[in-house]
Structure formats: C-alpha cells, structure tokens
Design a protein around this ligand. Sequence first.
Ligand SMILES: [Zn+2]
Ligand SMILES: [Zn+2]
Length: 262
Amino acid sequence: MLVDSHTHIDTSRFNADREHVIQAAVAGGVTRMVDPGCDLASSLAAIALAQAHPGVVFAAVGVHPHDATTYTNEVGLHFRKLALDPVVVAIGEFGLDYFRMLSPREVQREVFCAHLELARACDLPCIIHVRDSHDDVIELLRAYGQGLRGVFHCFSGDVAQAEECLACQGFMISFAGPLTRQGNALPEVARMAPLDRILVETDSPYLVPQPLRAKRNEPLFVKHVAEKLAEIRGMALEEIAHVTTANAIRLFGLGEQKNETV
Ligand SMILES: [Zn+2]
Ligand SMILES: [Zn+2]
C-alpha cells in the first residue's frame, strides 16, 4: 500500500481518462493520493475530485509560486473557508521558484508568508515547492514558520540542504521521479533522511520516473520511486511502503474526519 503524496490529477492532461487513472492506482496498491491546487481554480477542482473519491483522493489549497501574482486577500479568505471541508488536508502547494521566476521574487516571498499564516490559522500542514530558492525558504520558515508542519515536496537539494530542511521540526522530505535519475545528490539524501521523515510522490503529470518511457506520469508510478528508495536504503519495498504510508497518514491526517464539530 502506497500514498502518492503529491499529484495534479485535476489538471487537463487527465481529462480523457481521469477515473481510469485513479482506479488503476488503487488497483495497483496506491490507495491514497493528495492533489494540491496551484491557484484558486485548481484548488476548487482538487476539492471536487476529492469529494467524488472519499478516502482515496485528498485535496490541498494554495497558489503555486509561478502564479503568486494571482494571490489576493480574497483568495486567502476563500481558502480559509474551503479548508473547513474535511477533504482538504493541507495548504499548498506554495513556495519559491527562482528557477523559472514567473512571478517577481518579492511577490513570491510575500505570498509564501501569507500561506504560512493560512496553515497556522487552519491548523494544516504545508506543501512547499522549492526550486533554486532553498536559502530563502529556510530563512522565511525560521522567521515565520515556527510550530508549523509540512513537507518539502519533490526535494531536489543536497545533503547539507536536506539537513537544514530536517532541522525544521515537523517537516518531511518527499522524493519524486528525480530520485530514479542519474547525476544528483538524491541517493545520498535518501540514505541519510530519518525513516519517519520521508514521503514519496509523483508530482504527476510531470517527472516520469526512469526507466518508464511514458509521456505522462500518473499516481500508479509512485511505486517506481518507492522501489528506488528501497534499493538505496537496502530495505524491502513493503517496508518503505509501510513507513512512507504511515508518515503520510500522520502528516496529513488521511482517513480521519477533521473539523467534525465545525
Ligand atoms: Zn511543485
Ligand atoms: Zn506539484
């Protein structure tokens, strides 16, 4: 049993066969998946999908750093209301992306902090996107993220950066397709990360794991990330599946009814 802790199955690349993709994942042992929003519209789409697949698909609400300029106070208020729905298990994805820099850096930083406040107000974990922005993310988390919990999704840094991330209590590191590729420090990171602080994800439809030749990634393929992790750690796939699933359930409260009294 595996959890795909990060998939964008609400997006248009799944329009033709979304139900089939979800069923294939469940039939293949990927019994739960978290679909984070990238803006207000996709957050709403993720919630609708989660409502249609209770206990299987879970949603998160947030604005991706690429779209940071679309975040307003009104959007934030909307998220706060949406987060009362038990299918919403996190705030995200949000973060800083200085690689593509599709939104100005200062706007990204402000919107990052607004999401930290949201996570605190809603008592939900954060799903954080980091690309060429590690130092700023750590700086802002240290300054404004005390007491929060969450995940550095699709972790792509080195061991020193992983150590800084793990020094943030309550935060986990999530591995995606890049773990299966050559030429990065991820195997070392995968070896040093404590077992109770790791997750697996696809970030589908992006980042197809190797050696698959598929054009589109999907939740079922999280198995390949878990297999690679098991190989690196010298553990059985079942053990890696067990610990990463337990971590995802603990972090996101998957399967629990939250806000029942609200
Ligand atoms: Zn991301
Ligand atoms: Zn993503």
